[in-house]
Design a protein around this ligand. Structure first.
Ligand code: ACM
Ligand code: ZN
Length: 530
């Protein structure tokens, strides 16, 4: 993933008739009208030699579902009134990994990019045009490229399980908004959702919990097999989306401790006396039992777990958590105290112990060819975390600012500003959500590079993401309500240059874009935007 940025600024002003820039969200850098129409009413023949074929298949699936198109097929010259679309790696690499151009003309359509990711962005823009304009699209030329490479969406599949079909639907919707990363939160106190070949007991004991909040207790269960993961990764890849898995350490591990209670401080410091018992948690919050930093067996397990994860997921990044790890148990644990003495840490420097812990995880991941991503707590102590680690700033901007100044790549997703999709859309009793309010305008106003950051440090901001925690989100349609249209707004905040953004312009385009979401049956929030 490169950190290159396009020159700031917009191209020509909107085409008429479909709202500014045809209602595209995010708007492309440049859109110019051309003569005539691109007419898909006779069906489509899509030419896409390898390696463009997978993106072309996704495009065929999207366009075949547009009313009036009838069919979209891959390969062969057009016949019997079919329109032609060609996907080609025709742009120079200097254009940028995700840059693309689209030429839509009466004689056919051409999408060009330097990479298949760029083609996926172009295909998504064509899909947006077809969703709003139908099977006959006014001709135009589009040139486009994003501001940030990391434009992410996080789904918490631990608090509640979402089937692969729901994840695929979200990947389609993420692709529609030209997002680039799916951050898959796989483990937490309430569940361990990934079947690891080396450690099957983790999901066996950790993926089921008895939900006691109903008059009749209900079993909630579900985990993803390596086959499920391969399916999700392939689906995402065809849409130009990287899948970044997350296994939480050293905290948020109650579901892990269900099969390995001996790895808690209580278990580790009382060997032979019977370890405590843990069940996946049936309540939410921050839990005191975390992985014991003084027990070498913890790192033996993490070596296996992250090794498996690295083999199953092809992306360069793996998220290792690091947030909300209370030090209560570490403070009372003789093994943790021994470790701190061994490391030369002051006896109250438990943040230093956490930084050492996360640095060990980073080293495990590096051995498996991956870069660690961690929540901003990983930098609460200096001197351990390698500069290759990427910091995800969630407790506001300050953790990300500090990380960028220290040389780390940064993904901004401040809970306080704009990026928490589990918050309410409005401060109203009837709105679902938790912990705060984040309006669509808040998300649209998100600026990933804080004002105090400049130069090289600012360039280390790789982008940002929307995080959908699922404590109160039980199924896919509810997840859609929480995500949209805030994710549309965030996609725009991460795509377009900082200059020239205008909320009035966004609102006009969003009015068109909500029609697209409606056409796709998305259960989006419909209330005031601010
Ligand atoms: C977080 O919201 N605990 C990263
Ligand atoms: Zn301990």
């Amino acid at each position: 993933m490169s950190l290159s940025r396009p020159a700031e600024g917009y191209g020509p002003r909107p085409a008429e008739g479909y709202g500014p820039r045809r209602g595209l969200v995010p708007p492309p850098l440049s859109l110019m009208d051309a003569e005539g129409n691109f007419d898909m009413r006779g069906g489509l023949a899509v030419k896409a030699p390898p390696p463009c074929t997978e993106v072309a298949k996704a495009l065929c699936a999207w366009l075949a579902a547009i009313p009036g198109v009838g069919h979209a097929r891959l390969g062969g010259p057009p016949s019997g009134g079919e329109a032609r679309i060609e996907l080609r790696l025709g742009l120079a690499p200097t254009a940028g990994e995700e840059a693309y151009s689209i030429m839509l003309a009466p004689g056919g359509a051409l999408i060009e990019a330097a990479t298949t990711k760029g083609l996926a962005r172009g295909a998504a823009t064509l899909w947006q045009l077809a969703l709003s304009e139908g099977s006959v699209i006014a001709a135009c030329r589009i040139e486009d490229s994003p501001r940030f490479p990391w434009r992410g969406f996080m789904l918490d599949t631990a608090r509640h399980f979402f089937p692969v079909e729901t994840i695929e639907r979200f990947l389609d919707l993420a692709a529609l908004h030209r997002l680039s990363v799916f951050h898959w939160h796989l483990t937490d106190d309430q569940a361990w959702r990934i079947d690891l070949p080396s450690l099957p007991e983790l999901a066996q004991a950790g993926s089921r919990r008895l939900d006691m909040r109903y008059n009749v207790p209900v079993w909630k269960a579900g985990s993803y097999s390596p086959l499920d993961v391969r399916r999700v990764v392939a689906f995402a890849s065809a849409r130009g989306i990287e899948v970044v898995p997350e296994i939480e350490t050293p905290g948020h591990v109650t579901a892990l401790l269900a099969s390995h209670p001996e790895l808690s401080c209580l278990g580790a410091s009382a060997p032979g006396e019977g370890a405590p018992r843990f069940e996946p948690a049936d309540s939410y919050g921050v839990f005191e039992d975390i992985l014991c930093a003084g027990n070498d067996k913890v790192f033996e397990l993490l070596e296996k777990a992250f090794g498996d994860l690295a083999r199953i997921f092809p992306a360069a990044f793996v998220h290792a958590g690091g947030d909300e790890a209370p030090k209560t148990r570490w403070m009372a644990c003789p093994r943790c105290a021994g470790r701190m003495r061994e490391l030369g840490l002051a006896e109250d420097d438990h943040e230093g112990l956490q930084a050492w812990f996360m640095a060990k995880v980073a080293a495990i991941l590096e051995r498996h060819g991956k870069r660690m991503v961690g929540w901003d707590e990983i930098l609460d102590s200096e001197g351990w975390i390698p500069p290759s680690a990427v910091v995800m700033s969630w407790r506001g901007y300050s953790g990300g600012e500090r990380a960028a100044r220290r040389g780390h790549g940064v993904v901004m997703c401040p809970q306080t500003a704009a990026c928490y999709l589990d918050h309410k859309h409005l401060d109203r009793i009837e709105e679902p959500g938790q912990l705060g309010v984040c309006t669509v305008r808040d998300s649209w106003s998100f600026e990933a590079v804080p004002a105090g950051l400049g130069g090289e440090a600012a360039a280390r901001v790789m982008g940002g993401q929307g995080n959908l925690w699922s404590e109160l989100v039980y199924f896919g349609k509810q997840a859609e309500y929480m995500a949209f249209p805030r994710l549309c707004a965030l996609s725009e905040a991460l795509w377009v240059p900082a200059q020239g953004r205008d909320f009035g312009d966004f609102k006009e385009r969003l009015a068109v874009h909500l029609g697209r979401l409606a056409a796709l049956g998305v259960n989006h929030y419909r209330g005031p935007l601010e």
